[in-house]
Design a protein around this ligand. Structure first.
Ligand SMILES: [Ca+2]
Ligand SMILES: [Ca+2]
Ligand SMILES: [Ca+2]
Ligand SMILES: [Ca+2]
Length: 324
């Protein structure tokens, strides 16, 4: 493993200043402001991660809400995609040396955590555990795929699906993970499927368990974040299960998509193609006076020398549009 370690070139830039407001509603911060595509942000705790197509290939970026600092996690000449974070670690897939591997950033450096001679993809992380689908290949074979579990603390990698497919004759893939369990789907060569659940509590695997998967990057606690069309373009909304109120977070000329929420913090992608940027907002429980709307520019947001605000991207619009 140590031979695969490499010190990251960490590029730290002071980001656009964070703006605060004591008003009920939300305050939006534009995290990126550059000439390349930034997309698919995910958030957990204080970490916002996304992929940016900087200098011809995709790289991984981190924005720390607590410090307001953006860090470029990768800087290489191959594609790094699909970052996920649990608020402590970042995982993603990178096409290093002509095959997909899984990489883990532990706060100071990144290392490959998958084996070679396999296509390793779609990592998911929760609570320091990472799962992904791994499809081994050789000169005369490809697959079947396996589900891998990696413990970031002990650095132990386990072929989780080997417990129920010891000879690897079946295709295991699509794992999801939360603090309590891993689930995945196994498919045989006649397309019969079985679902498996690995329980972190008792370290056992159950076939076809009865449960409802309740984990989504678009919901946390009583808050749900969503992107929907307002008649002009897509906007970000938060729905509060308790107050049953939709709160409009954005109102701009950008296509606002791919929202993700953690606690009261949310992130999304605004704009398309080379002008797409990453935004972060903090949601505050609205007080009385529902049905009113207030618009204000997010204060303290500077554009780092670029005076183009990307189409009102840094504005925050507070609008309670529904109240049941
Ligand atoms: Ca790259
Ligand atoms: Ca298998
Ligand atoms: Ca919009
Ligand atoms: Ca951009």
């Amino acid at each position: 493993m140590s031979s695969k370690r490499f010190i990251l070139l960490v590029l730290v830039t002071v980001t656009l200043g964070f703006s605060g407001s004591s008003m009920a509603g939300s305050v939006t911060t534009q995290v990126t402001n550059n000439s390349y595509e930034d997309s698919y942000p995910r958030i957990k705790g204080d970490y916002v991660v996304w992929q940016g197509r900087n200098n011809g290939d995709w790289e991984i970026f981190l924005y720390n809400i607590a410090t307001g600092v953006t860090t470029q996690i990768t800087d290489n000449d191959y594609n790094d995609l699909s970052p996920q974070t649990d608020g402590s670690y970042i995982v993603w897939q990178g096409f290093k040396d002509h095959e997909w591997d899984i990489f883990l950033w532990d706060g100071s450096e990144a290392q490959a955590i998958s084996g070679r001679n396999a296509q390793d993809a779609s990592p998911q992380i929760a609570n320091g555990f990472i799962v992904w689908t791994s499809e081994p290949f050789g000169d005369d074979f490809v697959g079947p795929s396996e589900v891998i579990l990696y413990d970031a603390v002990t650095q132990i990698r386990t072929v989780l699906s080997a417990n129920v497919d010891p000879g690897n004759t079946l295709s295991d893939g699509g794992p999801k993970i939360n603090d309590e369990m891993v689930i995945w789907v196994q498919t045989d060569d006649r397309d019969n499927t079985a679902m498996y659940m690995y329980d972190f509590g008792n370290a056992t695997i159950t076939q076809n368990p009865e449960y409802v998967w309740g984990d989504s990057p678009q919901e946390d606690g009583n808050l749900n974040v969503l992107s929907r069309h307002d008649g002009h373009d897509r906007e970000i909304f938060v729905y509060n299960d308790n107050s049953r109120v939709y709160h409009q977070v954005t109102d701009n000329g950008l296509q606002d998509r791919y929202p993700s929420i953690s606690g009261s913090n949310m992130t999304w992608m605004g704009g398309e193609g080379e002008v797409s940027e990453i935004f972060v907002a903090f949601y505050e429980e609205p007080d009385s006076g529902t049905g009113t709307s207030t618009e204000h520019a997010a204060t303290g947001v500077t554009t780092g020398g670029n005076t183009d605000d990307g189409g009102n991207g840094a504005r925050c619009f507070i609008n309670t549009i529904a109240h049941y």
